[in-house]
Design a binder for this molecule. Structure first.
Ligand code: S3P
Length: 437
């Protein structure tokens, strides 16, 4: 028996070079899936969600909204991968602590969602979530009037106990570019006594404000600010498109590997999420995006280094592990500026990326908030290396792609972390490249 939160540890080895070819669909977008479940839980009418992510993180959010009082049924005739659920809203309070596993989005957004209800909620997560900073949501939620108790030496970590109270609308300026913080404050704002405004110095993903507006909530958007007014939530049915952050692994693989021509279908193409396409194009990638269908087609390309500015980083923050593979196999130097937030993701991704890139034989330096990768060109990627995922799904997937693109053999230890967001990743790696476990 495995304890709660534990997974059987698995390792895989991927040897290249392998072309990436064919057509793939990726799981439903993780960010949209979390929000669809939460917003549906706030509604009164049954809401159908199609194409929900099948990853563990979203399953935890589904269980969380059920624990709070919503009902989630599998939609009849649901077909994989477009599996659907019907959510009948209801937020009445959970009997015991709610466990969000590895999900930073789950715990932070739910903290905001419950803050204005008159019950207490305890939210917890795995060892990684317990290490992630929670003061960024604790502070604004307290300012709104919720009584939030954190854990750890500074009281700024999970588990969090949130004693809901009548809330006051606030004006909050983000100190880090974080859609999770923005969303937690906006969700709390739904139950405040007046408007709540979040100012964001750098744009972040816009799903919460868009999905709330689609649910009949009064939402105002200006240059660098979002305001929500309290009120009823009346969600429409949601169709969740494919996750661009997952598509990024295949797109990088196809651009970096020889003899590749791969299309990922039905991908969400919102501008705050596809920054990785701009970065790869600057590197010389041959990528075609079809706005109507959400198809992204990527072909083998001669990649060269580029500079990713700090203002650009929130638009591709989750794609840095994949982009690092492109950078390592490119000619020349790629610089990522403003990488501070990478250190507090599912792992310290700055360190994890550096370890992976060095294992591939490319150069990597971190100087304060700048990550510099000196590519060696695809042909020079060789030898065998072991990359440890550190329980981080995106590191596990990036390392597997790295194994396929050059003449290297990469063993990915802790490959089971892929289940966090992409349980079918190994199957799709086989489909795209012919790799066999
Ligand atoms: C997310 C926001 C980002 C991102 C995460 C998902 C979201 O985190 O890295 O994977 O769904 O709002 P931050 O808000 O911490 O930047």
């Amino acid at each position: 028996m495995l304890a709660r939160g534990e997974r059987r540890v698995t390792a895989i080895t991927v040897e290249g070079p392998r072309g990436f070819n064919g057509r793939l669909r990726v799981p439903g977008d993780k960010s949209i899936s979390h929000r669809a479940l939460m917003i549906a839980a706030l509604g009164r009418r049954p809401c159908v969600i199609r194409g929900l992510s099948d990853g563990d993180d979203v399953l935890r959010t589904r269980q969380a909204v059920e624990a709070l009082g919503a009902r989630v049924d599998v939609a009849p005739n649901a077909e994989v991968p477009n599996a659907g659920v019907i959510v009948t809203g209801g937020v009445r309070g959970a009997r015991g602590p709610i466990y969000l596993g590895n999900s930073g989005t789950g715990i932070r957004l739910l903290a905001g969602l419950v803050a204005g209800f008159d019950f207490t909620t305890t939210l917890d997560g795995d060892a990684s979530v317990r290490q992630r900073p929670m003061d960024r949501i604790i502070d604004p939620l307290r300012t709104m009037g919720a009584a939030v108790t954190g854990s750890g030496p500074n009281g700024s970590s999970a588990p969090l106990a949130i004693e809901g109270r009548p809330l006051t609308g606030i004006e909050h300026t983000l100190t880090v570019a974080s859609a999770q913080v923005k969303s937690a404050v906006l969700l709390a704002g739904l139950r405040a006594d007046g408007p709540t405004t979040v100012y964001e110095p750098v744009p972040t993903r816009t799903h919460t404000e868009e999905m709330l507006a689609a649910s009949g909530v009064r939402v105002g958007r200006g240059d660098g600010l979002v305001t929500v007014w309290p009120g009823e939530v009346d969600p429409p049915d949601f169709d969740v498109p494919g996750d661009p952050s997952q598509a990024a692994f295949w797109v990088v693989g196809a651009c970096a590997a020889p003899e590749s021509d791969l299309t990922v279908e039905d991908v969400y193409l919102g501008p705050a999420r596809i920054g990785f396409v701009d970065v790869l194009r600057r590197m010389g990638a041959d990528i075609a995006v079809e706005a109507r269908t959400g198809a992204i087609r990527a072909r083998s390309s001669a990649l060269t280094g580029t500079r990713v500015r700090s203002e650009e980083l929130p638009g591709c923050i989750d794609e840095v592990p994949a982009l690092a593979v492109a950078a390592a196999t490119a000619d020349g130097v790629t610089v990522f500026e403003g990488i501070g937030e990478l250190r507090v993701k599912e792992s310290d991704r700055a360190a994890a990326v550096a370890g992976m890139v060095a294992g591939l034989g490319a150069g990597c330096e971190i100087d304060r908030d700048t990550l510099k990768i000196t590519g060696v060109g695809r042909a020079e990627i060789s030898g065998s290396s072991t990359v440890v995922s550190h329980g981080d799904h995106r590191m596990a997937m990036a390392a597997a792609i790295a194994g396929a693109v050059g003449r290297a053999s990469v063993t990915v230890e802790g490959f089971e972390a892929t289940a966090t967001s992409y349980p079918g990743f190994a199957r799709d790696l086989s489909r795209a490249t012919g790799w066999a476990p």
